[in-house]
Write a protein that binds this ligand. Structure first.
Ligand code: ATP
Ligand code: MG
Length: 225
């Protein structure tokens, strides 16, 4: 693991109207290249809010969030879109696959958006499809796939661009234990091969323990456990 900093959160605060205290209160966090961290916390503690800020989908009230030394909080929206496409992958609890596109088209979507599909990408795509055990399901539509297959497609979509960092919000939360572990281990293998940093939000301590470090989010503060 090299010591390059992939993501840095500096004194970040975020409040929502209607809540009597900030969801995130002066948070600091540093994630290095290829480092894997888990964030746990009770429902409503602000885990998804934190991931959305890291993805530049929302802005903090105060503080800076940098990915590869670029500050998301001051970036123009075009630059932010490019950074997201080049450096970030996101896996959601309920996959967010596009219903009118096949599994393959969904998986390739970040590359299609980029508009520069190369031979190298095709080779990588075949490897990922094989690794995820999806060869026979790749031309099906999301509604024709099982929950585990959909989740594997959404992992493939997040990893296809070899991002610097993957933000995963309960990526196997809707699967049974056995499948969750299987799918998660495939995800870890791929991320390790590509030296991708992972920020995993999970309620599942057995998955959290597979990370290098576990943090807990409580009452707006984040602490290493
Ligand atoms: N856009 C919003 N407007 C107002 N309040 C919000 C908004 N988004 C989140 N909240 C509130 O902020 C708090 C944190 O929400 P968040 O979704 O980050 O929690 P979480 O830790 O991800 O919970 P869960 O484990 O249930 O997914 C909650 O009280 C939620 O209702
Ligand atoms: Mg959440």
């Amino acid at each position: 693991m090299n010591n390059q900093i992939t993501l840095k959160i500096n004194q970040v605060t975020k409040s929502f109207t209607g809540l009597d205290q900030p969801v995130l209160n002066n948070i600091n966090l540093t994630v290095k290249a290829a480092q894997k961290i888990a964030i746990t916390g009770v429902s409503g503690s602000g885990k998804s809010t934190l991931l959305h800020l890291m993805a530049g989908l929302e802005k903090p009230d105060n503080g800076q969030i940098t990915i590869l030394n670029k500050d998301l909080t001051t970036m123009k929206s075009n630059d932010l879109c490019a950074l997201r496409n080049n450096s970030l992958g996101f896996i959601y609890q309920f996959h967010h696959l596009m219903p009118d596109f096949t599994a393959l088209e969904n998986m390739m979507m970040p590359l299609t958006i980029r508009g520069n599909l190369t031979k190298k990408h095709n080779t990588q795509l075949s490897l990922i499809v094989k690794k995820l055990g999806l060869e026979k399901r790749i031309n099906h539509y999301p509604h024709e796939l099982s929950g585990g297959e959909r989740q594997r497609i959404s992992i493939g979509r997040a990893i296809i661009t070899s991002p610097d960092i993957i933000l995963a919000d309960e990526p196997t939360g809707n699967l049974d234990n056995k499948n969750a572990n299987k799918v998660f281990d495939l995800f870890l293998e791929l991320a390790e091969e590509l030296e991708t940093s992972i920020i995993l939000v999970t309620h599942d301590l057995s998955l959290a323990k597979k990370m290098n470090k576990i943090y807990n989010l409580t009452q707006g503060k984040i602490t290493a456990t």
